[in-house]
Design a protein around this ligand. Sequence first.
Ligand code: ZN
Ligand code: ZN
Length: 236
Amino acid sequence: MQDNWLMCDFHIHTTISDGKMPLDEVVDLYGENGFDVISITDHILDSQTSDEKAQKNEPLDVMKKEDFPGYLKRLWQESKRAWDKYKMLLIPGVEISNNSGKYHILGIDIKEYINPDLSVGEIVSQIHDQGAIAVACHPHHKSTGGQQEFIHLWENHEQYASLFDAWEVANRDDLFNVIGLKKFNYIANSDFHHPWHFYSWKSLLHCEKNTEAVKATIRENKGVALYLFRKEKPIK
Ligand code: ZN
Ligand code: ZN
């Protein structure tokens, strides 16, 4: 984009967890469409939900702790390819998913595994210890939520208001009006799992194209714009 407005998406899944598109194809999709900054944020999951899935013989669809170093290595390899081929910055991320506690937290620029069983405060503190950004994910009812309601962060938003570097005020097709009333720090993301999630809410940042500048812009929440990226009608 012109004038240093960077087109960004900080919430993207691949087949490494429950996304439907392999990592390299996701990178090519974003790169060929002119994105400037993306973060891949595959899931890690709390042990109670993991155990319940195993008992029901459901696919886990998440990374385990022992998978995490290999995941980061693959992201760094793709990050180099994304930069060489598209001049697109790929920042390694993770979605720390505690389904039993009903909270999901993004860590952007993550370096080490964080246990999803920890409390919200402990998770955010470990994200910050790694120099990463903590984002409150889809913190209200989702139009596609079904039985999955990740409402804990909103129910405790007064306690958590300033803990997070930013709140996802928009996620995919949803705009969380109640979050928007609070004057928190905001970003908007696609929560990409399927190719048709590409046309969805994104963020524009007005800063240099490097990881430290991107993180500082999110933290300060100056030079941030929410952008509904659509070329086709959304699938209902
Ligand atoms: Zn989530
Ligand atoms: Zn997600």
